[in-house]
Design a protein around this ligand. Structure first.
Ligand code: GAL
Length: 357
């Protein structure tokens, strides 16, 4: 890694939590992600609705699925795949919406336990709540598949009936960097010898957001490129927030922005709206990459409105999660981790990922 590149990266990373540019981000999602409501009414009603919807067990057994929030484009495709695959295996499946509220999700987990589910699949609201979740499911001796938010190795080893299904977040970041390196001018549109970018980041607690932010740029600096980070926006995976932030970025930094990195496709779609509103053309004036391969993003890759995205294989992960669940329910041996690969999606291969979400 060249020294200046390493320094640029270090400078950017040192302040990455605060954002490399320094000012506060607009963030509708910030209010959403504030402390979970203490109110028991939301939790109680969640518990009641979960209770009502779990009826008599089918022959396959009951599986409770906790999703951090339904209002998340990628987790919607993931949960739909989970439902279909688990039902296909003969399980009675109940999926509940944590509404981005850890207190509510804790109640939902307790309700499932009281109802005697045979296994749980949990997408934690907060990565930092993993200890508590693991101690709850361990105390109740319910086999559990954690998905989407990778806990630490120590947390994973705390309970023998616990597995994690997910992807290597660093790989998705590396692939985003490579998508830029594969462009005609390797991301240096204005030919000044450096790649100048902004970054739209997901939930700062989420390792996917942290590693995509880090490894997308590392791929550039590892290739010997100089980089300049204009600003890192905290957009919490959210399309509207990213749209606003990228609109502001475009008016503030103008042509300086050569690459818009987005930790996911929802934010990339928001960024694209602002890029187009500003009269700029992706592939000519600016490059744009996301992660997830949402159908709308893949269509934009096909149409040349996005430089590329990275497939976050919802069906692959749902399949592994369902397989691990089945092994648990049948009392068979499970692995501790099940990994699913990311795949780079470019104009050349995008059409094969144009499945319906
Ligand atoms: C990521 C995905 C994001 C968001 C997030 C939720 O893997 O890329 O779009 O769904 O999970 O934790």
């Amino acid at each position: 890694m060249k020294k200046f590149a390493a320094l640029a990266l270090a400078g950017c990373m040192a302040v990455s939590l605060a954002a490399c540019g320094g000012s506060a981000s607009t963030s509708t999602a910030a209010s959403e992600s504030t402390a979970p409501a203490e109110s028991t009414s939301a939790a109680e009603s969640a518990a009641e609705s979960a209770a009502e919807s779990v009826t008599e067990a089918t022959q396959g057994g009951k599986v409770g699925v906790c999703i951090y929030k339904f209002d998340d484009a990628f987790m919607t495709t993931y949960r739909n795949a989970l439902q279909e695959i688990l039902e296909g295996k003969g399980y009675e499946v109940t999926i509940v919406d944590g509404n981005n509220d850890q207190a509510k999700q804790n109640e939902q987990i307790n309700t499932f336990i009281t109802q005697g589910v045979d296994a749980l699949i949990i997408n934690p609201v907060m990565t930092s709540a993993a200890d508590q979740i693991i101690s709850t499911v361990k105390g109740a001796d319910v086999p559990t598949v954690l998905i989407n938010r990778e806990p630490t190795a120590d947390q994973m080893s705390a309970y023998d009936k616990l597995v994690y299904v997910g992807c290597d977040a660093a790989q998705s970041g590396t692939f985003q960097g490579e998508l830029i390196l594969d462009t005609e001018n390797k991301g240096d549109i204005n030919g000044d010898g450096k790649i100048t970018y902004i970054m739209c980041k997901g939930d700062p607690e989420n390792i996917d957001a942290q590693y995509r932010t880090e490894y997308s740029i590392k791929a550039l600096t590892d290739a010997g490129k100089e980089v300049e980070c204009l600003y890192e926006y905290l957009d919490n995976w959210d399309q509207t927030t990213a749209q606003q932030d990228v609109a502001n970025a475009l008016s503030q930094y103008g042509d300086k922005i050569e690459v818009v990195f987005c930790n996911n496709d929802a934010m990339a779609l928001g960024a694209l709206q602002s890029i187009q509103q500003a009269g700029r053309t992706v592939g000519k004036d600016v490059y744009l990459v996301g992660v997830d391969a949402l159908v709308e993003a893949v269509q934009n890759v096909v149409d040349g409105n996005m430089t590329g995205t990275v497939l976050n294989d919802d069906v692959g992960q749902a399949t592994k999660a369902a397989e691990a669940t089945k092994l648990f329910v049948e009392g068979k041996d499970v692995e501790k981790y099940y990994w699913v690969d990311y795949v780079k999606v470019t104009k050349d291969n995008a059409s094969q990922y144009l499945k319906e979400d």
